[in-house]
Design a protein around this ligand. Sequence first.
Ligand SMILES: Cc1ncc(COP(=O)(O)O)c(C=O)c1O
Length: 494
Amino acid sequence: MTYKIDQERAPIYETLANYARTGIYGFHTPGHKGGRFAAAEITELVGRSGLALDLPGMTATDNTFHPTGCVRDAQELAAELFGAAATFYLSAGSTLGIATALMAAAPQGGTVALPRNIHRSVVAGLVLSGASPRFVPHEVLPECGALGVTPVSLAAALDSEPKPAAVLLTRPSYYGLARDLEDVAAVCHERRVPLIVDEAHGAHLHFLPPGSPQPAIAAGADLAVQSCHKTLGSLVGSAQLHVGRESVIEPGRVQEALNFLQTTSPSFLLLASLDVMRRWMWREGRELFAAAVEEARRLEDEIDSLPGLKVFRPEGDPRLAGHRRDPLRVVVNVSGTGWSGYEVERYLRTEFRVEDEMADWFNVVYILSPRDDAGATQRLLAGLRAISEQHNTGAGTPRLAEDAVSSYLLQPPVPPLAMSPRAAALANKATVALDSAAGRTCAEMVMFYPPGIPLLMPGEMVTRETIEVCRKLLAAGAHPYASDPTLETVRVVE
Ligand SMILES: Cc1ncc(COP(=O)(O)O)c(C=O)c1O
């Protein structure tokens, strides 16, 4: 492919580097004054050159509200490389991008159609935008969590009243699973409903070999939000929001929404890291990721040869028709070894000094990259070999009872919505015992990690069924994630 603008440029990085070279002294923010007034530990952490370039939005740099200089140019370069009509650089993660997308696409009081496997940032986005959710049913499998919504179930959600103003899908999932998107995008486009994709885990899809999941923007999404810090090499917190070429949402509307939410002091170090990452990926991304996929295949074959361990591969599984997986997300099912995923996680951390991205009862999930440490990969294999060789003696995580497994796996019925997430989140609240909360309107998010899918969202009625599921999960040793870390109490609308 030929590019119209010079992808060899890195405008934000060049602007910072040129500014540092001018020798101008700043009688302005930031207070650390290029590192002169920084604690020694900060200098140690960030380095002298990092501190010298840690500049805010100002005349010499640019700004992210109405960019007219290096930020505008860098965003145009990113849009071209990633195939978007416009790209917005974010210095507060996909969390900022998702809230922006929802505020741009969903009017206050409107409805957003979405599956239940949403990240907490989507719930925050609903609170900020004032929209209410309509949950689209989808399947969940023990091997890989949530499957993608089908065109049929999405069409049914979009054709019922009140008509949703937008659709939001999470793709790929934490397990690297991505359903093909084009037919789902077509369902949205036929109805002129914008499709937002939370692609937090898929910034690298663009550079993967054929056969991998298609990036959302290429498959027809209107808006896609990517945490570049998760799977590309930019700094933690850096992310980008793309507007599709045929998007029904104008880039100007996205900028307006973003301007309500973003800081006036975005970290230009983070923005520069997006800029140089984009240039590097333009130069070498495809080769680097092709080689990484080959490495991943070799590793997976070795893991699969270990008795009791099984790498998740959707190919040929009729339940997963239309789904592909991220080849760099290695999901190892450990249930054949007698170990839970949590036990494997702990054992590999302490005995082999390797850490996974996520564990659940049955699986451990590893994210690979083009530059993984070969020695660490060998330690990972050695640890998994050791697990395969010794059947677990079982002192650690409690085994899951059959019904707890199904409560965990099969998303319990979505509780009825008593008021909008925004109304509940901003209401006066009371703290009550979980066991006596039935019939009250929840004012917070209650979830278990993993899978981190909300069991309760602000605005939803606490039901006896949900309380029972929480109890079973607590008894089974699952980790609650709520204002009360023991989940003995819950915040409800007063
Ligand atoms: C599916 C999903 N969406 C959104 C986010 C938020 O991303 P960020 O941490 O970049 O704000 C995450 C973070 O873990 C995520 O897993």
